[in-house]
Design a protein around this ligand. Structure first.
Ligand code: C5P
Length: 210
């Protein structure tokens, strides 16, 4: 099967030397790419900036902004069987990127932000993707209810939900503990390394009914 996986944070520039980003390390997405490749699948990893090594045998595209990630997914989704959108895409970006470094002057600086394009939300509706679609949901409360809502709204086959309020798992950490949310059931994966969690997610992803 052909997998497309997004990973890492995005960077939204403010001026030539500054950007808005988040604490995603990219580890979960890279582990998913490695696990899918290990199982013999063709894998395209589209990633924001990380310090990680690309798993061997994985096709790789590096992007920086949410818009670039959106464009890359749009351009490369054709022929993909399973899409796993794991990237921590910035929800907002500066309305304008200053051409020159913003100088300090006033005591307060107000930034105007606008929404970035929703890649997961565009998969079915804009890109016409009809393969298996897996999204991630990082929540601090009511994890299953919010995850299930996202499953329906974004027309996913599986949502990987994690509780980012728990210390030691999730963002910027080596371990994770997640709940896989399907239309008809939930599967709890106990705390483990992101590599072992990734293997289990890939196993579940490959047996989803087309
Ligand atoms: O709605 P929320 O941002 O919590 O959804 C998270 C899921 O949506 C993740 O799978 C993430 O990769 C994806 N996403 C996206 N494009 C965005 C924001 C989130 O694909 N602009």
């Amino acid at each position: 099967m052909k997998f497309l996986i997004t990973a890492g944070p995005t960077r939204e520039p403010l001026d030539p030397v500054r950007y808005l980003t988040n604490r995603s390390s990219g580890r979960m997405g890279y582990a998913l790419a490695g696990a899918a490749r290990h199982e013999g699948h063709e894998v395209l990893l589209i990633s924001g900036p990380t310090t990680l090594d690309v798993p061997p045998g994985v096709d790789f595209i590096q992007v920086e902004t949410a818009q670039q990630m959106y464009d890359a997914v749009h351009d490369l989704i054709k022929g993909v069987d399973v899409a796993i959108l794991c990237a921590a895409v910035a929800d907002y970006r500066p309305v304008a990127c200053a051409e020159q470094k913003i100088k300090k002057s006033a005591d307060k600086l107000v930034l105007e932000l606008e929404r970035t394009p929703d890649i997961l939300g565009s998969m079915r509706t804009v890109f016409g993707f009809d393969g298996k679609l897996i999204g991630f949901a990082a929540e601090t409360n009511d994890v299953i209810a919010y995850g299930r809502d996202k499953l329906v709204r974004k027309q996913c086959d599986m949502i990987v939900a994690n509780d980012v309020s728990k210390p030691g798992i999730g963002f910027d950490s080596r371990e994770n503990e997640v709940i896989l949310i399907f239309p008809d059931k939930e599967v709890h994966l106990e705390q483990d390394t992101k590599e072992r969690i990734a293997m289990q997610i890939i196993e579940h992803a490959t047996v989803i009914e087309a």
